[in-house]
Design a protein. Structure first.
Length: 175
């Protein structure tokens, strides 16, 4: 993870102004990818930010208030927030060095969603991602209670409950 953090830090320094001006919810569409080393199937990588920041959850989520989830088109979770390195490697493989949109994929996406008016399929995948975060977060939280003397029970206000607890920062559609 340290390599990603260093690389991300450099990127943030270079693109600080652009990123500050960018709206939440930005997305991109990329083709699925397969070779001898990679099997990247159609789905979505969601980057969500948990809105409660009063508690430190590093023992539960290595990225703290940010959650990365790779959901396949069939609704199954390929990588949950506990596997950020794998998700970031996929993101890197599909996006680094790409400066132009895949116009054919954009047209296909616009046609399938009727220019974004019919997003039920993608909303369902987002719901699957959030549900998996909630389940796994609770499991890891309760597991941390029994892992030693440092475990603390979060009050209900601090526990992740549903999609209202998150802001969608960005998403990567893999077609």
């Amino acid at each position: 993870m340290n390599d990603f953090r260093i690389e991300l830090s450099h990127y943030l320094e270079q693109k600080k102004r652009q990123l500050e001006q960018a709206p939440y919810g930005l997305y991109a569409i990329v083709p699925a990818y397969q070779d001898n080393n990679w099997q990247i199937s159609p789905g979505i990588i969601f980057c969500l930010e948990y809105q409660q920041t009063s508690q430190t959850y590093e023992n539960i989520n290595p990225l703290q208030t940010f959650f990365l989830v790779y959901v396949l088109d069939n609704g199954s979770i390929k990588y949950n927030f506990t596997r950020p390195k794998e998700t970031l490697l996929i993101f890197q493989k599909l996006c680094v060095g790409k400066t132009e949109a895949y116009q054919d994929l954009c047209r296909l996406f616009d046609r399938e969603t009727k220019e974004g008016a019919e997003m039920a399929f993608y909303n369902n995948l987002l719901d699957q991602a959030v549900a998996s975060i909630v389940r796994l977060f609770k499991k890891r939280h309760f597991g941390s209670l029994f892992a030693g003397r440092g475990g603390k029970l979060l009050d209900t206000q601090q526990q992740i409950k549903d999609s209202e607890d998150f802001e969608l920062l960005s998403w990567l559609v893999i077609q």
